[in-house]
Design a protein around this ligand. Structure first.
Ligand code: NAD
Ligand code: ZN
Length: 241
């Protein structure tokens, strides 16, 4: 058996599987990963823009970055990796998909009940009244304001340094604890707390399988690390299931 066949048979035998995805899953859709952007967006480090401090200091610049990302993602299409994961949930007994991505491509590929740990690019939240609004399908002005109270809106994503919505985090932890197998795909595994889900699985005796273009901090500790593109490996696995 080669590694792919071994992984497919472990997936099929596990019964319950939890999948954790990161920006690498959307790379083949033309959406750059933060750490793969060459480090820069318009000469700036995207990681320094995805923070509450950056928004407080320069909301126009942060909104420019997010409006660019909203546009990019709206034009993009789900890739064979996203579609294969939707196929996994039809072929496996039980699958919970937890994503750090904010692009909604898993849902557009047909995955249901996705746990969006970091929110998404299409919902916005008012910095005044805290209401959230779905503003997908429209181009937002450079500094969008709340229709109810007139205060500045912010992207409905979780920024570096912010805590995750407690209900999302609990749902993700529960899914990882309940499943004997965690499949980690296209994440640099350095952004906490999401990266901590790997430890949660291992502490509970669960197996962890990683798919990534390159070795990550968790590669040496996981049961099987497959190196390659998610959009190429996942369809092969889906066919083997
Ligand atoms: P990251 O940018 O830190 O890491 C991306 C990882 O994907 C790297 O380990 C890289 O080796 C791997 N990778 C790149 N191309 C790949 C491919 N074709 N197949 C498999 N793996 C590939 O991303 P992260 O770990 O998700 O964390 C960064 C944060 O940035 C997250 O909070 C996420 O919300 C956000 N983010 C989201 C998107 C998106 O929604 N598409 C894009 C960029 C960043
Ligand atoms: Zn408001």
């Amino acid at each position: 058996m080669n590694d792919l066949e071994t992984v497919a048979s472990l997936l099929a035998k596990a019964g319950r599987v939890t999948v954790l995805t990161g920006a690498g899953v959307s790379a083949e859709s033309g959406i750059p990963t933060f750490r793969g952007l060459g480090g820069l967006w318009n000469g700036r480090d995207p990681m320094s823009l995805a923070t509450p401090q950056a928004f407080a200091a320069n909301p126009e610049l942060v909104w420019e970055f997010y409006n660019w990302r909203r546009e990019l993602v709206t034009q993009a299409e789900p890739n064979p990796g996203h579609r294969a994961l939707a196929e996994f949930s039809r072929r496996l007994t039980s699958l919970t998909l937890v994503t750090q991505n904010v692009d909604r491509l898993h849902q557009r590929a047909g995955s249901r009940d996705v746990i969006e740990l970091h929110g998404n690019l299409f919902e916005v939240r008012c910095t005044g009244c805290s209401r959230t609004f779905d503003r997908s399908g429209e181009t937002l002005p450079p500094l969008p304001r709340c229709h109810d109270c007139g205060q500045l809106l912010r992207p409905g994503v979780v920024w570096f340094g912010e805590s995750l919505p407690p209900a999302m985090w609990e749902a993700a932890e529960t899914a990882v604890r309940r499943a004997p197998l965690l499949l980690v795909i296209g994440t640099s595994a350095v952004v906490y707390p999401a990266a901590g889900l790997v430890g949660t699985a291992q502490n509970g005796g669960g197996a962890v399988i990683e798919i990534n273009l390159e070795p990550t901090p968790i590669s040496a500790t996981v049961d099987i690390a497959l190196q390659g593109k998610a959009a190429e490996i996942l369809p092969i696995l889906a066919d083997l299931l």
